[in-house]
Design a protein around this ligand. Sequence first.
Ligand SMILES: NC(=O)C1=CN([C@@H]2O[C@H](COP(=O)(O)OP(=O)(O)OC[C@H]3O[C@@H](n4cnc5c(N)ncnc54)[C@H](O)[C@@H]3O)[C@@H](O)[C@H]2O)[C@@H](O)CC1
Ligand SMILES: [K+]
Length: 512
Amino acid sequence: MISAYSGTAVRATEKPLLDAGQGHALMQKAAYGLYAGTVRELQSRRGSLYGARVTVLAGAGNNGGDALYAAARLAGRGAGISAVLTSDSAHPGALAEFRRRGGRTLSLSNDIDACLRLCTTADVVLDGILGTGGKGGLRGPAALLAQTLAAAEHRPLVIACDLPSGVDADTGETPGDHVTADLTVTFGAVKTGLMAGPGALAAGRIECVDIGLGNIPAPALRRLEPTDLAALLPVPRSTDHKYTRGVLGIAAGSVTYPGAAVLATGAALSTGLGMVRYLGPEPVGRLINSVHPEAVCGTGSVPDTQVQAWVAGPGAGTDEHQRQRALDAMASGLPAVVDADAIAYAQPGLGPQVVLTPHAGELTALLSRLGEDVSRSRIEADPLRFARRAAALTGATVLLKGWATLAAAPTGETFSQAEATPWLATAGSGDTLAGILGALLATDRWNHDAGQAPVPGHYAALAAAAASLHGRSGTLAAQAGPVEPSRLPAAIRTVIRTLQDARNAGVAIPVV
Ligand SMILES: NC(=O)C1=CN([C@@H]2O[C@H](COP(=O)(O)OP(=O)(O)OC[C@H]3O[C@@H](n4cnc5c(N)ncnc54)[C@H](O)[C@@H]3O)[C@@H](O)[C@H]2O)[C@@H](O)CC1
Ligand SMILES: [K+]
C-alpha cells in the first residue's frame, strides 16, 4: 500500500527536525535520493551517465537546493552539469557546491533564450523550481520554461525533485503552468498532489526516498499495490457452493442499450463469483444468455430476488422498471454499484455500501442536484475535493473515474488508482468496471461473515481494487491493440490468475 500525505502534513513533520538543526542532513539525504534515482533512470535508458548533459532548474528555496546538490554528485560520475537559476537567489550552500563541481549557471532573468536552449538540448532536466513551498502555478519566464520543455521536439528526460513544479502538493491542482515529469523522486513521503488530479498526470512514475522523517499522522490518500489487490480478490474455499461464493444481481441494460448488460455480466463472471442473476427486459436477458448461458435472467423485482450485492444503472436509459430496481437496490441495505443513469437517483442518506461511480460530468450533475453548483472543469481541476464532497453529501462511497480514479468513503478514507490506459476510454468500459466491482462486492467476505461490521473505508478499498483490476486488464488487453470492452473478460482472468499465482507462490507480484 502506498500512503500519500499532504505537503502541509509533511512540512509540519519536518519542522521540529529543521528547528533542531537537521536541515542540512535532511537535504543531503534528499539530494542523494534524487542523485541515485537519476543514475538508475539514466543507466536503464542509455546505459551510462558519462557525458550526459544535465540541466538543473533551480528556484530560490530548498527544493532548488536539493536539485543542485544532486547534480553536483552527478558531475562526480562524469555528467556535464548546468543550472538555470529561476529566481534572483538560490540555496547558497548548494550553489557553492554545484559551482565547485564545475557546474555553470545562467540566470533566467538575464538570458532567457540561452536558458531555454539549455533545457531543450539537455539529456536530463532536474526540476527544482518549486517544491512543497510553492504557491500557485509557475509565473513569468519560469512558466515559459515549462511550456518550452513540454513542446520540445526532442524532449529531455524530466525528473522532478519532490514534485513537479507548479503542482499543489496538497491537492494535485495545477493553477497555472507546471512541469510535466517522466519521474518524480519525492522525499519523506509521497505527496497527495502526486496521486490526485492533474498532479497525478504531471508526476510520471513516482519513487519515494526515506529521509528519516519518522511517522506522519493519517495519510490523506492511499493506493493499492499488487499485493493489496491480490488480498482483496475472491478465492473460493473448498466448502463453498454457488450461493456462498457470492450472487450478484445486475439490473442493467434496456431495449435501447442492451450491450451494457452483456458487458457488465461478462466482467462480473470473469472476476469470479457464484452466480449472476440478471433483471431486465426479456430481449436483453435472451441476448445475455446467448453470450453467457450461465447467467440466470428474469424480469422480477429487486425485493423478490436473493442476492448479496447489486449492480444498477449501466445502459438503463429511461427504462422505468430499471429505475425502480436502482432505487430498490439503493434501499436494500446490500452493497450496490450505482452507475451511469442510476447515479441521477442518488439522494442523501445512502450508506457506504452503496458505491456511486460517476465520471466528472455525472458528478457535476449529481452535485448540482444536491445543491452545489460546480463546473465540470472545476471538478477536473480538484477531483479529490469533489469526490469527497459527494461522498459526504450522499453518505455513499464515490468512485470518481479519471486518469487517476479516486474512491472516497463518506468518512473520508480515499484511494487513488492510476493503472488505466487511455485505450480504456471507450464506450462500454464503464459497464465492465461496474461488473468487476459488483463481483467484488458480492464475494466480499464482510458480506458472508455475519456480525462483523466492515472497517471505515472498506468499500472504498473494494472500489479501488475494482479500478485497479479494470485498469490492469485494460492495459494487458491494449497490448494486442485498441481495447474493445468485450475483450476485457479474458484479460481480467489473466490478471487475476497472475496475481493469485504469485501470491500463492509467495513471490513478488509482477505489475501487469
Ligand atoms: N528543509 C530541508 O532541509 C528539506 C527540504 N526539502 C525540500 O525542500 C522543499 C521545500 O522547500 P522550501 O520550503 O524552501 O520551498 P520551495 O523550495 O518549494 O520554494 C519556496 C520559494 O519559492 C517561492 N515561491 C513560492 N511559490 C512561488 C511561485 N508560484 N512562483 C515563484 N516563486 C514561488 C517562495 O517565495 C520561496 O522563496 C521540499 O519540496 C523538498 O524538496 C526536503 O528535501 C526535506 C528536507
Ligand atoms: K520541483
